[in-house]
Design a protein around this ligand. Structure first.
Ligand code: NAD
Length: 370
């Protein structure tokens, strides 16, 4: 099958994100003559759970423009082990209630919030008040109101804010965004997606206070984000939704176990999607009048993406999405440019999620107000 020639081009463009923009001379004279910054920015991870341990920590060993210099954790022993593994001083280990003291620590420039969703606002605001730039994991917070509080706190502290939307640094999703923008196939009119995994035990992800909701907050958000990418960055204008019947009501006492929804985009484009903690799936498809793109496997994860278009399969060498994402944010700070994944993008997705929950609760079509 014929390959998309444009794909290779956009892949090369993608690779150059980390170099072209980074090679710009920093306004603050932060660069040495070899075009590397004099000082690599320090990152502190807040919450040392699975995502920090398996992905962000290892990625910070691959970054060029930032490195791990501290942690915020509820476990002193865990913090000491991380200090040993990553070579930072034990004075850079904080607990959730000593985050304010980071204000005096020059080793830490960026605080990356990786705690349960319901704690993002508290930890992001504490970081901003300590004068640190903030990356907040997805979903940015439990509610739009909390997103607004984070954005306001970062603005007041004059620090930058970004959301952990790593897929903006993945070549396949960059190709989706390029196709949406340049309209090789025409505008994407029909999108569909499915994402879920089977949850066996009650964990914070099934607790409304800590998670904000069920699978829609955790993994369904990727379908929302992907559909907005396919809609060339536009948000839906209205949604309808229906919650699944619960098969494990004892686990999902105050969050949905599954939900299906439809998003109506400007220009009559539609996305139908579903997400649940009762089935496994990770796929997404966008169809346009002259062609399509399909993320067949691992659509929104970090490894093993299988993506085809109507012109043939795409095969990019997968980069470390998290390393690119964190390096780009460090570069935003060094060169004082805005992040391509700002807090407003996280807030947008929460506004869509709130509309979907309202539509499911009322069984009515709900307009999305961003
Ligand atoms: P996890 O359960 O493995 O880790 C959560 C961490 O928060 C743990 O270290 C835990 O000790 C700490 N914590 C602090 N206060 C807590 C409390 N009151 N209750 C429970 N834990 C508490 O979760 P995770 O998978 O690492 O997810 C953390 C965040 O990262 C979530 O917001 C999630 O959506 C996000 N995430 C993003 C991606 C991505 O690809 N961008 C992938 C996984 C997770």
């Amino acid at each position: 099958m014929k390959k998309l020639s444009v794909s290779r081009r956009s892949f090369l463009e993608q690779l150059s994100i980390g170099t072209a923009s980074i090679l710009m001379t920093g306004p603050l004279g932060l660069y040495a003559s070899n075009n590397r910054p004099d000082r690599v920015l320090g990152v502190a991870l807040v919450g040392l759970g699975k995502y920090s341990t398996r992905e962000l920590g290892p990625a910070l060993k691959q970054t060029k423009w930032c490195k791990l210099t501290g942690v915020v954790t509820g476990s002193k022993e865990k913090g000491e082990q991380w200090a040993k593994d990553y070579g930072f001083p034990v004075k850079n280990i904080y607990s959730y209630d000593t985050m304010a003291q980071m204000a005096d620590n020059k080793d830490i420039d960026i605080v990356y919030v990786v705690t349960p969703n319901g704690l993002h606002a508290e930890h992001a605001i504490a970081a901003a008040k300590a004068g640190k730039h903030v990356i907040c994991e997805k979903p940015m917070a439990n509610t739009v109101a909390e997103c607004d509080q984070i954005i306001a706190a970062c603005k007041a502290a004059k620090v930058k804010l970004s959301v952990g939307y790593r897929l903006h640094f993945d070549p396949y999703h960059k190709e989706l965004m390029r196709l949406a923008k340049e309209k090789d196939f025409g505008p994407f009119m029909n999108m569909s997606g499915d994402r879920g995994f089977i949850m066996q035990n009650k964990v914070w992800r099934a607790d409304k206070k800590l998670a904000g909701g069920g699978p829609l907050m955790d993994v369904g958000i990727y379908l929302i984000h992907g559909a907005c990418m396919a809609a060339n960055g536009m948000a839906p204008i209205a949604v309808t939704a229906k919650e699944f019947i619960k098969t494990k009501p004892e686990l999902f006492t105050d969050v949905e176990e599954g939900i299906s929804w439809t998003m109506e985009f400007p220009g009559n484009a539609i996305c139908t999607a579903r997400t649940s903690y009762q089935h496994s799936a990770d796929k997404f498809r966008a169809e346009a009048p002259k062609g399509w793109i399909e993320f067949k496997e691992h659509a929104f994860t970090y490894r093993g993406l299988v993506v085809e278009t109507s012109l043939g399969p795409l095969s990019f060498t997968p980069p470390n999405q998290q390393a690119l994402q964190m390096d780009d944010f460090a570069n935003c700070i060094i060169t004082n440019r805005p992040s391509i994944v700002p807090g407003e993008l996280g807030r947008r997705d929460l506004a869509i999620i709130e509309a979907i929950y309202k539509a499911a609760a009322t069984q009515k079509r709900v307009e999305v107000k961003i």
